[in-house]
Design a binder for this molecule. Sequence first.
Ligand SMILES: Cc1cc2nc3c(=O)[nH]c(=O)nc-3n(C[C@H](O)[C@H](O)[C@H](O)COP(=O)(O)OP(=O)(O)OC[C@H]3O[C@@H](n4cnc5c(N)ncnc54)[C@H](O)[C@@H]3O)c2cc1C
Length: 289
Amino acid sequence: MKITELFKKKKPLVAFEIFPPKADVPLETIFDSLEKFKSLKPDYISVTYGAGGSQKGRTVEIASKIKNEFGIETMAHFTCVGHSKEEIDSLLDSLHSQKLNNILALRGDPPVNQPDFDFSKNVYRYANELISHIRSTQKDFCLAAAAYVEGHVDSLRLKQDMLNLKQKVDAGVDFLVTQLFFDNRLFYDFLDKAETLNINCPITPGIMPIFKADQIKAITARSGCSLPAKLVLLMDKYHDNPEDMRKAGVEYASVQIRDLIDNGVDGVHLYTMNRPKSTQEILENAGLL
Ligand SMILES: Cc1cc2nc3c(=O)[nH]c(=O)nc-3n(C[C@H](O)[C@H](O)[C@H](O)COP(=O)(O)OP(=O)(O)OC[C@H]3O[C@@H](n4cnc5c(N)ncnc54)[C@H](O)[C@@H]3O)c2cc1C
């Protein structure tokens, strides 16, 4: 089923994001987690695409198993970075033939160890071009795209980033999923800006629980998102105590989600980090189980 249909039936939708196991790890290692995720009754599970276009087969294979063997609706992330037109079309054919009709269409980050990757050499330089292409195939996909509450890390001006987002939505996006953020006020401001630009599709906030104090450095460097003082204080307090840090991260994410629900969000996209236990705790705390 298309996620657009789910939005008509329920609010808020609860989505889990998972990532495929590394290439040298058997695919089956994810199945145990999927059983546990299934018991938490998500509305759908999204499956990431390896950075720089790696692991593309695994995304499709796992999305297919989630849908056909676990009976859960799914959304495949799809980045066009580094892919030829033939590869992009073959992947679209593969998704379409397996009835995987929900796609999160992304430009993608540079391939690993190529920070100076030249995106102008891509078949599609920006996500809006990929989205226009997918729409031009006449395949009936439900398309989501990424939105950046604090602006994309490469963008020089927030206003331009919002205009780029509007262009992407107008290319044929059904709903948006945001990058993580730790201060809900930023999300509400973002919704106001989107409304001003007539971005009227559902916008699902992406929430990432912090489980380890040192995880945060890599995340903020990659995403450019800001850290509220109260989160920094939590990390300082629990830096040497991993289990207490995990619990504090669960609590922080739960409070964020509860507040978002109270403010009428369309859905919640939880970056689960493939951790069913913490995901369950967050849903329980947030009143979603
Ligand atoms: C919810 C979510 C899930 C993600 N999942 C994955 C994943 O599975 N795999 C992965 O590798 N990465 C993933 N990413 C990361 C994403 O690939 C990167 O953030 C990437 O750098 C940008 O992708 P995009 O589709 O947002 O790009 P775009 O929308 O193309 O934006 C990229 C940059 O270009 C600018 N821009 C956009 N359009 C134009 C234009 N027409 N003209 C000029 N400038 C423009 C934007 O302002 C922005 O700075 C995810 C991000 C989010 C938020």
